[in-house]
Design a protein. Structure first.
Length: 539
């Protein structure tokens, strides 16, 4: 005898259970329902613009995929909207809900736990064909929310020779390998059958379309791909603390499915490129199918209590339309919006207000301060190097200054005997976040370096300069809020590099600089001055 299916009821919950669950980690963050709905609103508006005002939620043929579902919030909210929108197509609520869940809404769990959680959110049951499920037509427990354990594809590594315990002979093994798909370190994720592999099926394939056909059928084509992918995985470097981004791989795989629209929320660090992201950044900035970016420099405005360096953003990608992009920056609930090309500059400036200042400044002065800033490790001295009691060179270190012998300095000796400026390589705040007053300091140490001095890799070197006064002028310039504001506008991590001075103009070094002088020099508006003063801390 068949068991009657549960009736479909969407009641208002206070609080919504999906606002109450703890995040898995800073790299696998649950999306708040409010944010999921903001992304769905953006999708609905873009769909209407591309379909003569049609309502996406009234179309029984549109298919949706969340290929990295965690709480199931996107699929749940899509189902809720379709349930309201398809009333005329399917007057019977039970039939309507069954059609939505079996023909329109699909997901791929990132772990066994999140797959169960997503099914519970969408089907009201961890079993899609269970007696409490609101879907009627599934004949399997998973329904359309798929998960199976996937293994990493380890490659490379170090060759070692070990004794075979069975034969007593010698055998070759490879250690410290990495996954060829995601770059995960075997030392961190080769953990046996009892723990999750975090080998995400969506990106562990050479043919994403074939993988989707394998999971959901040969004829499946998704109109919309939406969600919040995992952000990074440990790659085994830095004594186990190093990680590489993987959210870019999910974006690239989703594009490979050729959906009509894609909407994803990801860290904003890709704006500046960096580890494993330079190619991805270039592709994104030159992809004119990205029609909207909504950027939150402070990740806590999206994910309460979660600190993601550089903030987070969500974007909408429209396969069939190319044009300039709507860029929105949201700070403290206030939205600043403009329409512009993403590739207008070599470095992407996230804030439209900052872009206005940069373009005004660079119109007046095209010389870039980055030409005066050294690359990392200007003297090739490790950060852990300790000064000696004697020596002919003053050594600047983050743990205390002292002296070393000239003979142990591998490179950069042409700078050692000239005037220059010492600049901290690490920002004094966590990138994207401010101090308790809502301001940033940016540089933690700025100091004139006399001839006969060097520094460890903890610092960048600015110069050289022909005199002590010129170096003091440069130091005064770097201490201004004006300069630190321009650097902070492209600083999405704690690490400062020479490229972050690309929008800082080169002044003349014949005077000591103040912000008032620079505001007048570049004829900044009152609004621009107010923005700088509100953003940057006094030194």
């Amino acid at each position: 005898m068949s068991t009657p299916q549960a009736s479909f009821v969407l009641r208002g919950h206070n609080p919504d259970v999906l606002t109450c669950i703890a995040n898995l980690s800073n790299d696998e963050v649950f999306t708040p329902p409010e944010m999921a709905n903001a992304m769905l609103d953006l999708l609905a508006g873009r769909w209407a613009a591309a379909h003569d005002g049609a309502d996406i939620w009234a179309d029984p043929n549109v298919t949706f995929l969340d290929p990295f579902t965690k709480s199931g919030v996107f699929l749940r909210e899509i189902t809720r909207r379709l349930t309201d929108g398809l009333v005329r197509v399917f007057p019977d609520r039970v039939e309507r809900v069954d059609h939505i869940l079996t023909r329109q809404v699909y997901g791929i769990g990132i772990t066994q736990l999140t797959a169960l959680l997503a099914r519970r959110s969408v089907y009201c049951s961890k079993y899609a064909n269970g007696p409490r499920s609101i879907a009627r037509s599934f004949d399997c427990e998973d329904g359309n929310i798929w998960f199976q354990r996937t293994e990493h594809a380890w490659t490379g590594g170090q060759k070692e020779y070990r004794a075979d315990p069975l034969t007593g002979g010698e055998k070759v093994v490879y250690t410290h390998r990495r996954c060829r798909y995601c770059g995960a370190a075997e030392d961190s994720y080769g953990r046996g059958d009892e723990l999750e592999t975090h080998a995400y099926a969506f990106i562990h394939t050479d043919d994403i379309k074939a993988r989707i056909c394998e999971l959901f059928g040969d004829t499946m084509q998704f109109d919309v791909v939406i969600g919040n992918p995992p952000y990074q995985l440990s790659d085994g470097g830095g004594a186990g603390t190093s990680a590489r981004p993987i959210y870019n791989k999910f974006v690239e795989a989703a594009k490979g499915l050729d959906p009509r629209f894609m909407v994803m929320i990801i860290p904003s660090r890709w704006f500046a490129g960096g580890k494993g992201l330079d190619g991805f950044r270039s592709d994104m900035l030159h992809d004119r199918r990205i029609r909207t970016i909504v950027d939150y420099p402070n990740s806590r405005e999206v994910f309460a209590g979660v600190d993601i360096a550089g903030g987070v953003c969500y974007f909408l990608w429209d396969r069939d339309t190319e044009d300039d992009c709507v860029v929105q920056t949201i700070e403290d609930g206030v939205t600043y919006s403009a329409v512009r090309r993403l590739d207008a500059h070599d470095i992407f400036i996230r804030d439209n207000r900052v872009l206005e200042i940069v373009e005004r400044v660079n119109h007046r002065n095209t010389l870039r301060f980055s030409t005066l800033v050294s690359r990392r490790r200007p003297f090739d001295l490790d950060a852990a190097l300790k000064p000696e009691d004697v020596g002919d060179l003053l050594l600047y270190t983050s743990s205390g200054d002292g002296y070393i012998s000239r003979e142990i300095v591998p490179k950069g000796l042409h700078l050692a005997d000239q005037w220059k400026v010492l600049l901290s390589k690490t920002s004094s705040e966590h990138a994207g976040q401010t101090n308790k007053d809502g301001k940033k300091r940016v540089f933690s140490r700025i100091e004139v370096m006399p001839p006969g001095s060097v520094a460890t890799e903890s610092y960048l070197i600015v110069g050289p300069f022909s005199s002590q006064f010129e170096s003091e002028s440069a130091a005064s310039y770097l201490r201004t809020k004006f300069v630190r504001f321009l650097v902070s506008s492209v600083l999405l991590t704690q690490n400062i590099t020479r490229s972050m001075f690309e929008f800082v103009p080169v002044p003349h070094f014949s005077q000591l600089w103040t912000d008032e002088l620079l505001y007048n020099e570049y004829e900044l508006t009152c609004d621009s001055i107010d923005l700088i003063e509100r953003s940057i801390k006094e030194i």
